[in-house]
Design a protein around this ligand. Structure first.
Ligand code: B16
Ligand code: MG
Length: 214
């Protein structure tokens, strides 16, 4: 294999937590009179908590309607809803084929990292029972610029001790694919090719990734 590092996004790539993020933001939106659908939600995927809130407020024409304190409170409210939703997660929530994929990569001596924008990622990894499978988990709170900036993926490469061009990034969001490309890595998209068209290759599901081509 040409690549020696794989950096996985979490929400939407290894498990379906992106649906929980959507539901939690939708509920928060309803409390302030902003309704949005799945199409708009695509623009929130991979985007950090506060940036997501700013995008929702701008979408609803309320960009300047709230103070910093009020916005912090709203973000906390959304996070409480999300945290409640992930309490019951277990290894059965791992997408089909992920365990097998991680094992095969390990057999090929590929280093593995998690490059998630979520501060809840360590908890979710623990719940899924795969926390030990990764050589490094990017601490979302410590990275300066979130996706679509390359920082998260570059931090992973530095800590895996690999040059970016030796790494593959796997993402389900447009912002994430931008981040991988900006980091100078090979971009694998998971989801709709119409949305993730800038990726080098797109699969509908994570289990379809063909590592023999990489
Ligand atoms: P939190 P990923 C991202 O995770 C989610 O896609 C995005 O919807 C969420 O706002 C962001 O994490 C921050 O999450 O509020 O839990 O810190 O896709 O990069 O794994
Ligand atoms: Mg994601």
């Amino acid at each position: 294999m040409r690549y020696t590092g794989f950096i996985f996004d979490l929400d939407g790539v290894l498990t379906d937590t992106s649906e929980y993020h959507f539901k939690a933001w939708q509920t928060l939106g309803q409390t302030i009179g902003i309704d949005f659908d799945r199409e708009f939600n695509e623009s929130l995927k991979g985007v950090g908590r506060m940036d997501s809130l700013e995008r929702i407020l701008a979408f609803g024409g309320k960009a300047d309607a709230y103070s910093v304190d009020e916005k912090t409170q709203m973000a906390q409210q959304k996070n409480s809803l999300y945290v409640e939703m992930i309490q019951g997660m277990s290894p059965s929530d791992l997408f089909e084929g992920v365990e097998d994929l991680l094992q095969r990569l390990k057999q090929e001596n590929v280093k593995l990292a998690i490059g998630s924008a979520s501060k809840n990622a360590p908890f979710v990894l623990d719940r899924l029972g795969i926390a030990d499978a990764f050589d490094y988990v990017v601490p979302a709170g410590n990275v300066q610029n979130s996706k679509p900036f390359p920082d998260i993926f570059l931090d992973a490469a530095v800590n895996l001790n690999l040059p970016p061009e030796s790494c593959v990034g796997i993402e389900d969001s447009e912002a994430g694919i931008e981040a991988i490309l900006a980091a100078g890595m090979y971009a694998v998209g998971i989801g709709d090719p119409a949305i993730l068209h800038r990726a080098h290759v797109v699969y509908t599901e994570t289990r379809e990734i063909e590592i023999e081509w990489l």
